[in-house]
Design a protein. Structure first.
Length: 274
């Protein structure tokens, strides 16, 4: 390889950009996969579909990565402002049941994502001021975006790496938190009446109207608002945690009993041998 490859080749936690059906000189015909925990690559049973690194055409980025960077920068102002304006109740559903039983999110996940994005654009850590309003977030983001020249940004290795992480994070944010709230099925929270995973999140019909969460089961008429939904999810989380604790306690007791039985068996065997 006598050309400069895309910077993704040197980023171990990100899949390298390659040319399809083109193979490196040391290719053995099988696809290799990276194990993050073991921090090493290993061969899989899949046929290699191309492993020749894509050439860097714009600074240290290949054509695909550069275009994704440009597209991400175009919607960055709207996306970051959007992430900082999403209310807590919406995040309870979008992110599933992953927080404490009190259902308090001191720093919502969307705000963390917004902080990561603005820091990739050059803002000092830890990101936006904790008391920043949406209008202040908009102004700060616009100021940093004005300082970004895509060609200059990706001309250096560190800037190119930041650009790759930026557009990948933007893609994830857009997939998880689209600009338009649409009707969708709620994950991880069961209907309080029929006990099925059939709750639907229904966005407001009018501007600043109420959000409704209702059961899609035709035999059930369960409907709640955002506040009641948050309380319902919190209660179910507490029950799940309690069940997990009980299961772990029972498993630990069984393991201890098994060890005690094995110890007695060894002692009896030792006495018999003596």
């Amino acid at each position: 390889m006598s050309y400069l490859p895309c910077v993704t080749v040197t980023m171990e936690d990100i899949r390298s950009c390659v040319i399809r059906d083109q193979h490196a000189s040391n290719c053995d015909g099988m696809e290799w996969q990276y194990d993050r925990e073991a921090e090493c690559s290993y061969p899989s049973n899949l046929e290699c579909k191309g492993c020749l690194p894509a050439p860097a055409e714009h600074g240290a980025l290949c054509y695909s990565c550069f275009e994704k960077t440009r597209e991400a920068l175009k919607i960055a102002l709207d996306m970051i402002t959007h992430l900082c304006s999403i209310e807590r109740a919406q995040q309870l559903d979008k992110n599933g049941i992953r927080t404490s039983a009190t259902w308090i999110l001191p720093i919502p996940n969307t705000w963390r994502t917004a902080d990561e994005l603005i820091m990739l654009l050059g803002h000092p850590a830890p990101g936006f001021p904790s008391d920043a309003s949406v209008f202040e977030v908009d102004a700060i983001t616009e100021r940093y975006l004005d300082l970004i020249d895509a060609d200059e940004w990706v001309s250096r290795g560190d800037g190119a790496e930041a650009a790759v992480r930026f557009f990948r994070l933007m893609q994830n944010a857009l997939a998880q938190h689209p600009f338009e709230d649409v009707e969708h099925q709620v994950k991880n929270v069961r209907c309080n009446e029929c006990r099925q995973l059939t709750l639907l999140w229904k966005p407001p019909l009018d501007f600043e109207g109420p959000v409704r969460i209702e059961c899609s089961n035709t035999a059930c008429t369960f409907v709640v608002d955002e506040a009641q939904y948050a309380a319902l999810a919190s209660d179910q989380l507490a029950k799940v945690k309690s069940a997990i604790r009980e299961r772990k306690t029972a498993e630990l007791a069984d393991a201890r009993a098994a060890r005690a039985i094995e110890k007695r068996r060894i002692k009896v065997a030792a006495r018999g041998a003596a």
